[in-house]
Design a protein around this ligand. Structure first.
Ligand SMILES: [Zn+2]
Length: 315
């Protein structure tokens, strides 16, 4: 089993190409994550190593999950395709992702992030693909681009050529710095799908605003129409997304399009088993300390088997 949605968090250490804005460092989310992970902004290198070591330990201990796709994070670009550093709160560079994946080839795959708006977007795909990139991660809302823009046709063609899946955040984004929320509409990935790119909609295409699932019909329609459309199960135990998980559970036609993902380091909760009336499953999950195993077993307990074909050649 591969987890396609694991965040590689990294502080800038001077030469890893990463970036974090002051606003972000002092924001509530990051202060919480730093505290939870026991890392400090002042010791970047050590903190980055500790983050990876903890992840390595959890994956080695996991009974069900053998590998994780580490996700990078590209920045915001202006209309000329240049990096807009003032508008960028967070960069986890592709080089850092590729290097970290190479250090632990038995555990990690590289999920590079390329904003199609950047002027060297196609070159970046061509540069990273032969270095072992496993997929390309984007966040249209935060990275401020419209996936449906015709300008990105060559970008999708390059991805199709290298057989790189596109993992896209959809729905509402408030964990980072959501801007134009309408670009989170999963229907906007049609152009990529038409070009033959495998598209994975993050978080089961859940909207992220509790029980209001704006994109439910789009999820059903894309699944019906495109055999190359998938969704990942990441973050679906969070309170604002669990409604989608329970909805999907009752639609077996969606299950075979599920790829496993957690959204580590975000938590994977056990309570959805209880909401589904699976008391013994819930007790089992409470006793499962490994978050990867807990999430995998939860999906099994809910009867969502998922698809293990995608990226199978990478196991
Ligand atoms: Zn995520």
């Amino acid at each position: 089993m591969i987890d396609v949605h694991v965040h590689l968090a990294a502080l800038p250490d001077g030469d890893n190409g990463c970036h974090i804005s002051k606003e972000m460092v002092h924001g509530a989310l990051f202060r919480f994550l730093f505290w939870k992970l026991g890392i400090s902004v002042d010791e970047a290198k050590k903190s980055n190593e500790r983050y990876v070591e903890k992840l390595v330990k959890l994956l080695r201990e996991s009974k069900h999950v053998r590998k994780a796709v580490l996700l990078g994070m590209d920045g915001v670009y202006d209309d000329a395709g240049n990096l807009n550093k003032d508008a960028t709160h967070f960069i986890v560079s592709n080089d850092y992702v590729l290097q970290t994946a190479k250090k632990y080839p038995d555990l990690f795959l590289a999920g590079i992030s390329v904003n199609p708006k950047r002027k060297d977007a196609v070159d970046e795909i061509n540069r990273c693909a032969p270095q072992g990139a496993a997929l390309v991660k984007v966040l249209p809302n935060s990275q401020d681009f419209d996936p449906a823009n015709k300008k990105y046709l060559s970008f999708y063609k390059a991805m199709a050529k290298h057989k790189l899946p596109l993992l896209s955040h959809v729905g509402y984004e408030f964990s980072l710095w959501g801007k134009d929320q309408s670009v989170g509409d999963p229907a906007r990935v049609r152009m990529a799908l038409d070009e033959g790119v495998t598209v994975i909609a993050a978080h089961g295409a859940s909207y992220g605003l509790f029980f209001y699932e704006k994109y439910w019909n789009t999820l059903l329609e894309l699944t019906r129409k495109y055999p190359n459309f998938y969704w990942d199960a990441s973050a679906l135990t969070l309170q604002n997304r669990v409604g989608m998980l329970l909805k999907i559970r009752n639609h077996p036609e969606l299950h075979s399009r599920m790829v496993f993902g957690t959204d580590y380091p975000l938590p994977c909760y056990a309570y959805p088993a209880l909401l589904a009336g699976k008391l013994s499953g819930y007790i089992e999950l409470l006793r499962t300390s490994n978050p990867f195993d807990r999430h995998h077993r939860l999906l099994e307990i809910l009867g969502i088997r998922g698809n293990s074909e995608l990226l199978k050649d990478k196991l």
